[in-house]
Design a binder for this molecule. Sequence first.
Ligand SMILES: NC(=O)c1ccc[n+]([C@@H]2O[C@H](COP(=O)([O-])OP(=O)(O)OC[C@H]3O[C@@H](n4cnc5c(N)ncnc54)[C@H](OP(=O)(O)O)[C@@H]3O)[C@@H](O)[C@H]2O)c1
Length: 375
Amino acid sequence: MTQPTSKFCFVIHPLSLDDVVRYEPGAAGKGAPIIRKILEWMPPWAAVHVTGVVTPDGRETEGWFIGAPLLPEQMLEFSRDAVYDRIVRAIEIGAELGAQIAGLGAFTGVVGDAGVTIAERSPIPVTTGNALTIAAGIQSLFRGAREMGIDASEATAVVAGATGSIGSACVKLIAPRVKHVVLVARNNTRLAKFHESIAGELPCGSSYTTDISAAVRRAQLVLTATSSTQDVIQPEDLQTGAVVCELSLPHDVSRRVALERPDVLVTEGGNMLVPGPNPRFERVREPGTEFDLNLPPRTALACMSETMVLALENRLECYTLGRGIDIAKVVEIEALATRAGFTPAGMRAFDTAITAEKIAATRAAARARGAGVSA
Ligand SMILES: NC(=O)c1ccc[n+]([C@@H]2O[C@H](COP(=O)([O-])OP(=O)(O)OC[C@H]3O[C@@H](n4cnc5c(N)ncnc54)[C@H](OP(=O)(O)O)[C@@H]3O)[C@@H](O)[C@H]2O)c1
């Protein structure tokens, strides 16, 4: 007989006005100030019922995505306590529905101390989901390098957002596989201190800068995980044939890259395929209607997947919180996710799947521009 598993909830929020319209088409045509005002006053609600998450060994979980409807910039502008209250209320709604562990989506895990205070105020354990996001991002970056024929051991890599929860762990995991790693963030004092604390233990060359354009111009590999609400990776800075793995939500990579740089491979690194014959993300208020995550079917963000894995494993603990993530947890959650049947999703960027043909075309464009990419 299979072991009973736990239930989960995951706090979501719109990353842009487009997301608001995708969820609520009636918002189309309303001005941005009105939408912002409505979001400001809207209480959290149970938006999505997730069912059919079934592991290869027959374990099953269900859960809810709870909307805490603030835009990223509102989460940064409003008083920290007002934002925490909104997120904790969302978790309480999940707990009332039966959830025993909560995950924090996008900026709900970024705001303030990255989940620590929220966990103290929450009725159930909380995780940011960042450990599995880190694991997925690293896999994706080096998969991109292989696809583009880049010898990672000779490459310079940039980590944008290097002092963050995700970025700081990525620096440590990328360093053993590259020649040089450049750490980028805005706060120079924090960046210098972090670099000083780890430089001695990194098995490759390392440097840091607050000048993201200068850093990107040096790199063949870029992993971006900033909490910026604006684009920070611009087409004119990218090297011919470079690979960019983007974990940030909202996106760090300018959409101009898709139009202007056919020779660069951009991949959203934090997506996973959910196990089970028919996993469903159903809108609570319109039963039978699928919630549009703006991802292909059966695909979830890695942070959502971490929350589901912990529920399936009955690991009802605050697994990933704060900004100093233990690499052992990244390794453990990746193994637990694999055992539970979660697999990296197909490569994707700018709302489009990256096919084998697209990769071949990107390599050809890089060769045409003179990159040392093999045929
Ligand atoms: N795909 C997924 O499944 C998934 C899961 C979780 C999180 N995320 C996303 O991943 C991103 C990072 O999350 P986190 O928890 O690691 O955030 P975090 O701990 O707050 O770290 C953010 C990092 O970005 C830097 N930063 C902010 N603005 C910047 C800018 N304009 N230029 C350069 N660096 C900048 C910050 O340092 P300074 O302040 O010094 O600049 C810090 O190093 C967020 O966008 C989040 O929504 C994605």
